[in-house]
Design a protein around this ligand. Structure first.
Ligand SMILES: Nc1ncnc2c1ncn2[C@@H]1O[C@H](COP(=O)(O)OP(=O)(O)OP(=O)(O)O)[C@@H](O)[C@H]1O
Length: 892
């Protein structure tokens, strides 16, 4: 039986060994991909362990901990050194939960239901399988990407064959060295080894180039898809920001400490920064890691297969079995490594989330620097920053600890255990030389003893070097597999983040919303009609149960009411930012008729006229855009040129007219003077540089070495000239006078508009925008609050002269006479909509004011008189009773 098996094995030895290698390789590969699920439990164990050890973590600067504790303003922070456990568990809860609870929520039933009930925009949770498709689909659907991967694969195969050839040449080289065969050595070195170097270097460089090209291509593809979705409509990016940013929490609540609460808080804190990271950092990391994936996967696989096959075919006996044994050792030790491997997927997600939270706080300070500075809120901000930074550092410490043990084990096992096993394998033919020749005829061996010895010596040296080299390659390939496992998990972490973001975008894509709303929404460019429309906030607060009114083009509506009654909310529904909800009463039908929202709607390539325009209290000023782009926003330059038949002058004239009407023509002069100042600065710099260049040339001629700060000065010349025409640097002295400057340059100037212009000027500039677009309806939400009363009157008057129907919220009665309809909210869910006679109403208001002031003046006077009278009456009574007493006394 044993003999049969042995003979079968001998007959099919090569096939059995090859199949075993491949099976072993694929099992290892499977572990690379499937390791994540196993490690979750380990990771939790790690986290628990580190939670205990980190309780006494003193690695943080004490000032941070003290600062956080002393501030006592962070919600829920115990502020007690002994009570670190609470804080730890809170931070831990935050860390354990994935970055974003969008995913975890979608897996936990009850939370989803509650959340979905609250937010009707949230659709059914997306199955996990769909998520994995998104990035893969993008890559697989792109031909260029596939070609790049395919070429990369071919090049990697060629490189592996070249490496094998180099290994064989190495063996031959050393063998000829040992035998002192110098001509043969030189022949192999120059004739084969060096020649092989040419294609090898070319292929290496090409692989590097293709990997980078692949990374850029994937980056471009994913960025395009996500950005297109993100900015697909005015609703999507607003809803995405609102859905992640709604909420008041700034720091986790320590005491209730539930995971979900913490998750929600993390999500809210991170929202803005998270989106930025998703659209920049995550895409970059994903594309870079994906582009090197093939290299990481294919190279070690090919190396392993080819090296082990080569070892199998080796002239040395039992080398194939030895390699298989080595493979089994590797498999076993790899399984041990798995036990202590941290979950890199979750580590990547958590780190990214905490980093985003920290960055988000920084950008918040940057955005609101003036307000915070005026409120002297730096201590509070520092405490918040410290707290967030503390959480990040705490997590990083844990991550380092978890990785350190793993790295230690990996290094020892890969470098030393596998290295030693490889050396033992290589030494077998040397130490057991007799065994390798047992099959040879003994007689022949005795006869050719001296010759065979020489031959064996040659074979053994060459084989040893070749085998050693092959084993080294195989061993480093297995090491790369272990690395690959880590990278694949990290890649999975990033792709989960991107998939979550994609799901969020999908949920907020406008078409879904419109589909739902088509029955309730109609478009009419000359009419705004609310029919039984409830005003409900995204937080489900009912502001007005049932609102109905109608406004035709040519009418002007004034909206008044107390703060928070829903004036701006009405505009949000009108602007399509909040969904239109169906009224509760089944007998009533909800309908909203409104003008077409978008300014940029195009039919057959022609831009349609603007139908509705919104002016908020704080106008949006796009920094880094030109003055012209500021006024024509959101139109592009192409649309501007199209409107004025490519005639800049005509367009700028129109803009100047608008600015003059708003008394903003000063801005043109201001821009021109800024350009002049900037240009003279540039002139001076170029003059300075030309002088320095001259002196440098002179110094060179004299053989002197010049030391100077010319590099810094050169940097100055990089300041953009903002389209100002300047003469050449040669006649720098005369350039100021000779250069031409015109109004067009003033409109081409780029400035930090939101920082450099006062709110009043910004409001006027926003009005200029409206005049430029000349919409049919304009929503003015306290948009003139920072403008002088005279200018305000002028602005409203011009608007009406342009035929714009105004829907305004304004507290000043001086603007009432511009309106003929009134919508009045009472702040308790009720409203009145009437025709509005401003003259009558104002007269009544004036009467009321007069009466009020009269009362204000008269009431204290009459009050005083009443008091005096009371006193007088009391004193009269006393006097009377005294006189009566006297009379009685006299009578008596
Ligand atoms: N994005 C939002 N999510 C949830 N609730 C909101 C949102 N925006 C506003 N609200 C709530 O809706 C209510 C009405 O807000 P709105 O801005 O419409 O008031 P307003 O009448 O314009 O007040 P004001 O005159 O002070 O501007 C407020 O209670 C506010 O808290």
């Amino acid at each position: 039986m044993t003999a049969n098996v042995l003979s079968f094995y001998r007959r099919h030895r090569l096939r059995i060994l090859k199949t075993s290698y491949i099976l072993l390789l694929f099992t290892t590969l499977y572990n690379v991909n499937g390791g994540g699920s196993n490690t979750t439990a380990n990771d939790r164990k790690d986290n628990k362990k580190s939670q205990v050890t980190d309780k006494n973590d003193k690695t943080l600067p004490s000032y941070q901990r003290n600062k956080i504790k002393n501030s006592g303003r962070i919600e829920g922070y115990s502020g007690n050194e002994d009570n670190d456990e609470g804080e730890e568990s809170d931070v831990q809860a935050l860390i354990i939960s994935p970055k974003n609870d969008r995913l975890s929520k979608s897996r936990s039933g009850s939370n989803v239901e509650q959340e979905d009930k609250k937010n009707p925009n949230v659709s059914e949770p997306t199955p996990k399988r769909r998520r994995t498709d998104f990035l893969l689909k993008i890559i697989l659907n792109d031909k260029k990407c596939l070609i790049l991967f395919f070429t990369q694969a071919i090049l990697l195969i060629i490189r592996t064959f070249l490496s094998l050839h180099v290994a064989t040449l190495d063996g031959k080289l050393v063998s000829s060295l040992v035998k002192a065969q110098y001509p043969k050595f030189l022949k192999i070195l120059l004739g084969q080894w060096m020649v092989l170097g040419i294609p090898a270097s070319f292929i290496n460089a090409l692989i590097n180039y293709l990997t980078k090209l692949c990374s850029v291509t994937i980056n471009r593809l994913i960025s395009k898809v996500l950005l297109d979705k993100y900015l697909s409509s005015h609703h999507t990016f607003y809803a995405v920001a609102a859905s992640t940013g709604v909420g008041t929490g700034t720091t986790p609540n320590k005491k209730d400490g539930s995971d979900d609460d913490n998750n929600n808080t993390t999500q809210r804190i991170n929202s803005v920064s998270e989106i930025q990271d998703n659209l920049t950092k995550d895409i970059y990391t994903f594309s870079t890691n994906t582009s090197i994936l093939l290299n990481q996967l294919l190279k070690p696989m090919l190396d392993l297969i080819l090296c082990s096959f080569k070892l199998l075919m080796s002239s040395t006996n039992n080398m194939g079995e030895g390699t298989l044994a080595l493979g089994l050792i590797v498999y076993g030790s790899n399984s041990i490594l798995k036990l202590i491997q941290p979950n890199f997927t979750s580590l990547t997600m958590k780190r990214a989330s905490l980093e985003s939270a920290f960055r988000s706080l920084h950008s918040n300070i940057h955005t609101h620097s003036e307000e915070i500075a005026l409120l002297k809120g730096q201590d509070r901000e520092l405490a918040n920053l410290d707290f967030t930074f503390y959480k990040l550092v705490l997590f990083l410490n844990r991550e380092i600890k978890a990785k350190a043990l793993y790295d230690l084990a990996t290094t020892f096992i890969i470098k030393y255990t596998w290295g030693a096993a490889g050396l033992v394998l290589c030494s077998i033919p040397i130490f057991f030389k007799g065994d390798t020749t047992t099959n040879l005829d003994e007689e022949l061996l005795i006869e050719d003893n001296s010759n065979r010895d020489k031959q064996d010596e040659h074979d053994i040296t060459a084989d040893f070097i070749t085998n050693r080299r092959l084993l080294l390659t195989a061993s480093s390939s297995i090491g790369r597999f272990v690395e690959l496992k880590k990278n694949v998990q990290q890649l999975r972490g990033v792709s989960l983040r991107l998939n979550e973001f994609n799901d969020l975008l999908d949920r907020n894509l406008n078409p879904q919303l419109e589909e739902k709303d088509t029955s309730m929404i109609e478009y009419n460019n000359s009419l705004i009609k609310f029919e039984n429309v409830p005003l409900i906030t995204p937080a489900n607060q009912v502001l007005v149960k049932n609102l109905s009114f109608e406004l035709k083009h040519g009418d002007h509506l004034l909206i008044i009411g107390p703060n928070g009654c829903g004036k701006s909310s009405l505009f949000r529904i009108l602007g399509g930012l909040w969904p239109v909800r169906q009224i509760d009463d089944p007998n009533l039908k909800t309908k909203l008729i409104l003008p077409k929202r978008s300014l940029n709607d195009e039919t057959n390539g022609n831009k349609q006229e603007c139908s509705i325009f919104y002016l908020p209290q704080k106008p949006y000023m796009g920094n880094r855009s030109t003055f012209r782009e500021q006024i024509i926003y959101p139109d592009t330059m192409e649309q501007f040129l199209q409107r004025f038949n490519n005639d800049y002058e005509k367009g700028d004239k129109e803009l100047t007219k608008i600015l003059e009407a708003l008394e903003l023509d000063d801005l043109i002069a201001e821009n021109l003077s800024l350009i002049l100042a900037q240009r003279s600065m540039n002139d001076q710099t170029s003059k300075k540089i030309s002088i320095q260049e001259q002196s440098q040339a002179q110094a060179k001629n004299q053989g002197e070495k010049i030391e100077g700060d010319d590099v810094d000065d050169r940097d100055l010349i990089m300041v953009p000239s903002n389209g100002v025409e300047t003469s050449s640097a040669d006649d720098a002295e005369t350039s100021s006078s000779s250069s031409i400057i015109n109004v067009r340059d003033a409109f081409d100037l780029r400035r930090n508009w939101s920082d450099e212009l006062s709110i009043g000027v910004q409001q006027r500039l926003a009005m200029a925008r409206m005049y430029y677009h000349r919409p049919k309806f304009a929503v003015l939400d306290e948009c003139t609050s920072a403008v002088s009363p005279e200018m305000e009157q002028k602005m409203y008057k011009i608007s009406q002269d342009f035929g714009i129907s105004l829907i305004s919220v304004c507290h000043r009665t001086s603007l009432w006479h511009f309106h003929n309809y009134l919508l009045r909210f009472d702040g308790k869910g009720g409203y009145q909509f009437n025709k509005f006679d401003p003259v009558k109403r104002l007269k009544e208001e004036e009467k009321l004011t007069e009466l009020n002031s009269l009362l204000d003046q008269q009431v204290p006077v009459w009050k005083k008189k009443l008091t005096d009278l009371k006193i007088a009456r009391r004193s009269n009574l006393v006097k009377k009773s005294q006189s009566e007493l006297n009379v009685t006394k006299t009578i008596a």
